[in-house]
Design a binder for this molecule. Structure first.
Ligand SMILES: Cc1ncc(COP(=O)(O)O)c(C=O)c1O
Length: 368
């Protein structure tokens, strides 16, 4: 893959110093800085033909460390008292060799996993270190909620997010069943996903916002609160959750959503949900894919993002006189997107340049 001098494919815009070009070859900017061509030739010599998917765990580690360090800087800047916590949404990548690398490079940050299906929940239960957070979103049936209760009795730090009132009824039912069948069973923490009035953004914008099929409306939220209070389960209510969409190019809709969710957090806490202690802002951190100057997809830096989230949450907590909550993120694309490179064999070259010779012209030709 010899590159012309001026052909750098916008690496300076999207590459984040992960790759460098030296003597016309692309090198991975890590360790002995091997070129992708060298790696490919070595693998081909071993009989692997391709396409080849190369994974670079150091790039997963870099994203996780950057995320945690950036939020730590924001917390210090504003003297924020809540903690920063993060989970990886398994729907974004659940391949064993990715998840193994993810969990091994992130141990020191107590990074956890988010599950949106039974299969993902089983992965989360086996791969998340005890004590690191597991969050469970999406529609859940009786079986899945029972699995969440089993996970908490295995010692997992698990939060089940309520997406609808029927789900809450099932949680209450299973809570009672576990109490009957076990001595001092441990119940999972409960989160409430809010169906925001602010609209979603980016790809999958419909999974956020008022028309989303996920989450509780304001009246349902109050109903859920009342059900938990009557069943003496308010002590488990610990998280307010929202997710406005993927690949957010602009930060303004997130700030609007956070104002809405932050105020709901504070009002619920003042109403009597004293165990509430976390706000989960979902995923959505954008990745820069553009190769062209002036056409960037993301108009904010990670530090601006973290500062805005921390500042806003602090502002709401101060003005309402409640504790500053732990801030959770569930960004997946930001963590996973840049860690792998697909190398495909070139089978044929197509050109848009036609030479008269190639056109096989006759003596008399139609005008076209
Ligand atoms: C609830 C929830 N959290 C997190 C994510 C991950 O989003 P992203 O990969 O854009 O960060 C999604 C994606 O759909 C989601 O639905």
């Amino acid at each position: 893959m010899r590159l012309g001098i001026q052909k750098h494919f916008g690496l300076d815009i999207w590459g984040d110093d992960n790759f460098i070009i030296e003597e016309g070859l692309i090198h991975i900017n890590h360790g002995s800085k091997p070129s992708l061509l060298h790696i490919t030739k070595k693998l081909r010599a071993k009989g692997y033909k391709g396409p080849l998917l190369l994974r670079f765990p150091h790039l997963i580690e870099k994203q996780i460390t950057t995320l945690f360090d950036t939020f730590e800087t924001a917390r210090k800047t504003f003297d924020y008292t809540g903690a920063f916590q993060a989970v990886f949404p398994l729907k974004v990548n659940q391949f064993p060799n990715f998840v193994e690398s993810l969990m091994s490079v992130s141990k020191s940050h107590h990074y956890g996993l988010e599950a949106g299906s039974k299969a993902e929940l089983i992965i989360a239960m086996t791969k998340t270190p005890i004590g690191s957070p597991i969050t469970v979103n999406g529609f859940k049936d009786k079986e899945m909620i029972s699995l969440c209760f089993l996970a908490s009795n295995m010692g997992h730090n698990i939060t089940v997010t309520i997406e609808g009132l029927e789900e809450l009824k099932t949680i209450i039912q299973i809570h009672k069943a576990f109490k009957l069948s076990m001595k001092n069973p441990l119940s999972p923490k409960i989160g409430m996903r809010i169906r925001l009035h602010s609209s979603g953004i980016g790809i999958w914008a419909k999974s956020g916002g008022y028309s989303s099929k996920f989450g509780l409306t304001s009246t349902e939220l109050l109903e859920a609160y009342e059900m938990l209070r009557q069943e003496n389960l308010l002590e488990y209510l610990w998280m307010v959750h929202f997710h406005i969409g993927s690949q957010m190019g602009d930060i303004a809709p997130l700030k609007k959503a956070l104002r809405e969710a932050g105020n709901i957090y504070a009002e619920l806490k003042k109403r009597g949900a004293t165990s509430l202690g976390a706000i989960n802002i979902g995923g959505g951190l954008a990745v820069e894919y553009s190769q062209h100057e002036g056409k960037q997809e993301r108009n904010y830096s990670l530090q601006e993002f973290a500062n805005d989230v921390v500042y806003l949450m602090q502002d709401i907590a101060k003005s309402k006189g409640v504790e500053e909550p732990d801030i959770f993120t569930e960004s997946g694309r930001y963590i996973a997107a840049s860690h792998s490179v697909l190398i495909a064999p070139v089978l044929e070259l197509f050109s848009q340049e036609y030479h008269e010779k190639g056109l096989r012209l006759k003596d008399i030709n139609p005008l076209l």
